[in-house]
Ligand binder design. Structure first.
Ligand SMILES: [Zn+2]
Length: 297
């Protein structure tokens, strides 16, 4: 074999090898690029499944926020803090629930969506905690002040007497006369919730209060909706709360749950056990029981 032939064979081998290395490297890069694109699409998809919105303002101009998770047709609404700083633990619970679903969006089935309004009476929270927006139990002063402080909005109205179900200008709270506003939805916080309900059309609604350790059904003029009894029992069992069909400790007018019943939306009141405990695990179990009830997946 002459030297020329050997050189050609060696050169050919080098070129083939170089081409092989080039194509292997190129295809791996393409695979990585495809994987990266898929990852980005998943991140974008998850981002679109989590929305934070400003849905209105309190009397003093504080934002009322809603956090929305998932894109399904079955819509669950959860609301904390209608009684402001007097029931600040319900606001902390709502924010913890928001954190949970932000970190576990895959637990919201594709046929369900969840809305959480953490603080419907932010002025009442400010009266007790001294902060606007998000806070934790660590921000709460040791001595909360007089009983009922922070329960009402800045017009001195009990927001859970300001809705359009058996509304009357004066109502009751534990034997005391409280203002229910100048008419149904006279207060911006109540009107904000009404408008959000009309926009979202939830299939069920849960309002967090304290402190009766009990889940209550709701009704206005036409009795309790059948689904309301189902979700009351499910939430109470899962969260280890008592369940009571009719709130009969004292007469109530203009409550939000009754108004929702009157427009066909099953609504329950969940009263935490104390004014200071957050009871996250019990309520997560309750929330999951409602997700299971409404999801067909
Ligand atoms: Zn309450």
């Amino acid at each position: 074999m002459d030297i020329k032939k050997v050189t050609i064979i060696i050169l050919t081998a080098i070129i083939v090898l170089a081409l092989a290395v080039f194509f292997i490297f190129k295809s791996e890069t393409e695979i990585l690029e495809i994987e990266e694109t898929v990852d980005q699409e998943i991140i974008q998809e998850e981002a679109s499944l989590i929305n934070k919105k400003n849905i209105g303002y309190s009397v003093e101009g504080r934002e009322i926020e809603a956090y929305e998770f998932g894109g399904g047709d079955k819509k669950l609404l959860f609301v904390g803090g209608i009684h402001g700083g007097y029931e600040w633990n319900t606001v902390v619970l709502a924010y913890q629930m928001i954190d949970y679903f932000e970190n576990n969006i895959d637990l919201v089935p594709t046929d369900v969506s969840i809305s959480i309004i953490p603080s419907l009476n932010p002025d009442g929270v400010y009266d007790v905690i001294g902060v606007s927006g998000r806070f934790t139990a660590l921000d709460v002063p040791k001595v909360v002040g007089e009983a009922g402080l922070g329960r009402f909005n800045s017009h001195g109205v009990d927001l859970n007497r300001n809705f359009d179900c058996k509304w009357s200008p004066e109502s009751n709270w534990r034997g005391n006369v409280v203002s229910a506003g100048e008419g149904p939805f006279s207060e911006p916080e109540a009107a904000t919730l009404r408008d959000y309900v009309y926009e979202k059309k939830p299939d069920a609604a849960v309002f967090w209060h304290s402190k009766a350790n009990t889940v209550y059904a709701s009704e206005c003029e036409n009795g309790i909706l059948e689904q309301t009894l189902d979700i009351m029992n499910l939430y109470a069992t899962a969260g280890q709360y008592n369940s009571v069909e009719f709130f009969d400790a004292y007469p109530i007018t203009g409550d939000v749950e009754g108004w929702l019943a009157s427009v066909g939306v099953p609504a329950i009141t969940v009263e935490l056990e104390t004014h200071e405990t957050v009871e996250f695990d019990r309520n997560l179990a309750g929330v999951k029981s409602l997700i299971d009830y409404y999801s067909n997946i």
